[in-house]
Write a protein that binds this ligand. Structure first.
Ligand SMILES: *[C@@H]1O[C@H](CO)[C@@H](O)[C@H](O)[C@H]1NC(C)=O
Ligand SMILES: *[C@@H]1O[C@H](CO)[C@@H](O)[C@H](O)[C@H]1NC(C)=O
Length: 335
């Protein structure tokens, strides 16, 4: 009796944990994050030219098992003791869009069919973000496209970490493909741009999905862009494509009322993964005008207001794949 009570009290404390930006939750603790990247396409504008099945952890010299598919634009997260990847477009005869999920297990360095059920909807180019509300954690998957022919999706779905089941989430106001989702805390997510809304941003609340608000528009058209929360609470949108498929140099920062132009990238790019590494928005790879496939990693130095290239490069160019933070202790408990 006493034991159960203590456990349930502990359970409450455990589930109420929220990690600082750049840190990753594993069960009841937070660890500094490392960037884990999967898949992507070699030609952002012509999927025929090849998808990738590689997995890598940035700046960690360890060879990771290949993802079981050549995959473009899946969704992913760290889930306490393994990486979860679902959906995306698989390169093949007809490049099917998938709903299946796979788990990466660090100690055996293998991808296994996931214990998480498939997504409710096949999705490629969906946005995804981990949110905590009332002590419960969810992976929120928003928009994307169901197939090559279909329009951008307005639907969303949620993986409840405690039950490991997908639930339908509230609909977006607009369909969005290759958009960007930012966690604003307490179950609020800001959706920034995407195809075909381009400059539109909206806030969506998990608690009351019927409440949707349209917020200040971006100054420039963006899809295939990246976004990040800044340490001071502002939001950043960077690079991407415009309506003519041209990649962009510019960035924008939302100060709570308006999007203002931010520090430009050293070269234009789209399809990069953006993660908060060591407390700084950091971009991985991307492609410039379907010609230059980047292996560069750039971090935003907020004091200097400029992008700084990190000394390490990616093992493989990475464009329109997916990425998530994993704890830096990922291999520590392996025998
Ligand atoms: C990954 O792709 C390469 C090149 O296409 C292929 O040789 C390899 O077998 C693939 N790995 C898996 C696990 O499918
Ligand atoms: C978005 O707009 C709504 C009202 O339309 C406002 O209540 C909300 O605070 C805004 N959110 C942000 C992040 O600006």
């Amino acid at each position: 009796m006493l034991k159960l009570l203590i456990l349930s009290v502990l359970g409450l404390e455990i589930s109420a944990l929220v990690c600082d930006p750049g840190w990753v939750q594993s069960f009841d603790r937070c660890d500094p994050g490392l960037a884990f990247l999967v898949g992507g396409s070699h030609f952002a504008l012509d999927k025929r030219l090849g998808f990738s099945n590689t997995s890598e952890i940035f700046a960690l010299s360890k060879t990771l098992a290949d993802y079981p598919r050549l995959i473009d634009a899946p969704i992913m997260t760290w889930k306490d003791d393994h990486v979860l990847v679902c959906g995306g477009r698989n390169q093949g005869e007809d490049d099917p869009v998938l709903n299946e999920c796979w788990d990466y297990w660090p100690c055996s360095n293998e991808w296994k069919v996931s214990s998480t059920p498939p997504l409710l909807t096949t999705r490629v180019g969906a946005s995804f973000v981990t949110v905590s509300i009332q002590g419960k954690r969810y992976l929120w998957v928003l928009g994307g496209s169901e197939s090559d022919e279909s329009q951008s999706l307005v639907t969303t779905e949620l993986l409840d970490f405690s039950t490991n089941q997908w639930l339908p989430g509230p609909n977006l106001a607009y369909g969005r493909f290759s958009s960007c989702a930012l966690d604003l805390g307490e179950g609020s997510v800001m959706m920034v741009g995407g195809f075909p809304t381009y400059t539109n941003t909206e806030m969506i609340h998990l608690e009351d999905g019927s409440y949707l608000s349209q917020n200040e528009s971006l100054n420039e058209f963006r899809w295939g862009h990246g976004c990040a929360n800044l340490p001071d609470g502002r939001q950043l949108a960077l690079g991407g494509l415009d309506e003519n498929f041209l990649s962009k140099l510019s960035t924008e920062i939302y100060d709570g009322t308006k999007w203002l132009m931010g520090p430009s990238l050293p070269s234009s790019r789209s399809g990069m993964t953006v993660l908060n590494l060591d407390g700084r928005p950091t971009l991985f790879g991307g492609v410039q005008l379907s010609v230059i496939w980047h292996t560069e990693v750039l971090a935003l130095d907020l004091d200097q207001g400029e992008w700084v290239e990190l000394p390490e490069k990616l093992l493989e160019a990475h464009t329109s794949g997916a990425g998530t933070l994993v704890p830096n202790s990922i291999f520590d408990s392996c025998p």
